[in-house]
Design a protein. Structure first.
Ligand SMILES: [Mn+2]
Length: 425
């Protein structure tokens, strides 16, 4: 029997600059939100040190940055915090428990073939085993396995890769998987993967092969995916969509040819995130709007305490006159100012009006009709547009249409909830 502690998506060094109270936890050193993510990680190591685990598994997004167009690496504060916490953990457990970490979509310099977890392995070369996006690409390129073997356990690693983005990537990935990543029938086999969308970043075979356990990451909500597969979830709340989620890690006992014994261990001291829902209507005056919001946040009117302060989002829907909305935005900015200046136990104050229908005032409605005919079916419209260019090269035209259609589809079908403000998991 082996006993593992499965955790994921620690997103260490996650920082917020906009719509957050300008307040340090330790002056000139660390802010509250950044420290939340360090403490989430520390809590897991404390749990891990208390029991007799054989392995610790982290299924990706160890560090939050770099990500996308944010090329900044983890802060010195977070890096130092992590090293100290790990050193303490390994000393307490006599350097006996291996920690396995794979790359997620956060924490790697995509154009640089470098991952921030490489520095962890360099610090603890005998105890930490990392598997990066780069190693995965290399394994696919050379048709070789990405595994890690111990006496009784074999790990199959699947760092993040959006293989479904292109058809030929998907084919190559599947071929590599079939050739190299099939579970061993003798040893306990554990797959570790960062991904949640089947066929896009999580391959069906990872769920269908007979691994004894599949340790998944990327989904911040803890949930069972299959009898032998779990998303363990993140260790701190990241987006407002996670506001009512309990954060937890998984304690798993694995024995060959026996059912898993799964225990979810709850993490405490997770900062609360609250959402206030407000439906707007075109009759609403700015005065009534202001009164309503000030009334709704009055329950947080008490002296600021960074350890318990709430992260707050106001979510609007309904419809509003555009001219009124401009006034409302001014009011929101004013309230935000007051919230951060006065006695409110609020750490973050933001709003999302992405789903509000903003009607042009009657005087402008004639002009607004311009938008009506713009795009009926974006994909078909785009093809018409490309055809209208009468390109000589048919192959090129087809390529344009295919790529364009994919981009448009992605843009028009992506969930509204993840607006620009909220970064993806
Ligand atoms: Mn992720």
């Amino acid at each position: 029997m082996v006993k593992i502690l499965h955790f994921s998506d620690t997103h260490i060094s996650h920082r917020k600059f906009r719509n957050v109270k300008d307040s340090w936890k330790v002056h000139n050193r660390v802010t509250y939100i950044e420290d939340d993510f360090c403490l989430g990680f520390k809590q897991v190591l404390d749990i891990a040190a208390k029991s007799d685990y054989d392995y610790l598994i982290h299924s990706g997004d160890f560090f939050d940055i770099p990500v996308g167009r944010n090329f900044a690496g983890p802060t010195e504060y977070s890096r130092t915090f992590v090293l100290k916490a790990l050193k303490e953990f390994f000393e307490k457990t006599k350097f006996k428990i291996p920690l396995i970490i794979i790359d997620g979509n956060h924490g790697t310099f995509l154009t640089r073939n470098y991952s921030t977890i490489e520095f962890l392995q360099a610090a603890f070369p005998d105890n930490i085993h990392i598997f990066t996006n780069y190693q995965l690409k290399d394994a696919i390129r050379h048709n070789k396995p990405l595994t890690l073997e111990f006496d009784e356990v074999k790990f199959y690693l699947f760092p993040y890769l959006k293989f479904g983005r292109l058809e030929n990537w998907a084919k190559e990935y599947e071929k590599w998987l079939q050739n190299n990543q099939q579970p061993d029938s003798e040893k306990i086999s554990i797959a570790v993967a960062h991904g949640m969308e089947r066929g896009m970043d999580l391959h069906e075979l990872v769920l269908n092969y007979k691994y004894d356990y599949v340790a998944l990451g990327h989904d911040h909500k803890q949930r069972q995916i299959k009898k032998n597969a779990w998303q363990t979830g993140s260790t701190s709340r990241y987006t407002f969509a996670e506001r009512s989620q309990t954060k937890a890690v998984l304690d798993i006992e694995i024995e060959k040819r026996k059912d898993l014994v799964v225990k979810s261990i709850k993490l405490d001291n997770v900062r609360s995130m609250k959402q206030i829902d407000i439906t707007l209507n075109t009759e609403l005056t700015t005065t009534a709007f202001e009164r309503d919001i000030r009334e709704k946040i009055s329950e947080y009117k008490k002296s600021f305490d960074g350890d318990t302060a709430v992260r707050l989002k106001i979510k609007f829907d309904g419809a509003v006159l555009l001219s009124n909305w401009w006034g409302m935005e001014d009011i929101l900015n004013e309230i935000q100012n007051d919230v951060f200046k006065d006695e409110f136990n609020i750490l973050e104050f933001r709003w999302d009006a992405g789903e509000v229908i903003k009607r042009a005032p009657v005087s402008l409605q004639k002009g607004a009709k311009l938008y009506d005919y713009l795009i009926e079916d974006p994909v078909i419209d785009f093809e018409k547009y490309i055809r209208s260019l009468s390109l000589e090269n048919e192959k090129q035209a087809t390529q344009f249409i295919e790529i364009g259609a994919k981009i448009i589809e992605e843009a028009f079908t992506s969930p509204i909830e993840s607006s620009l403000e909220e970064e993806s998991e």
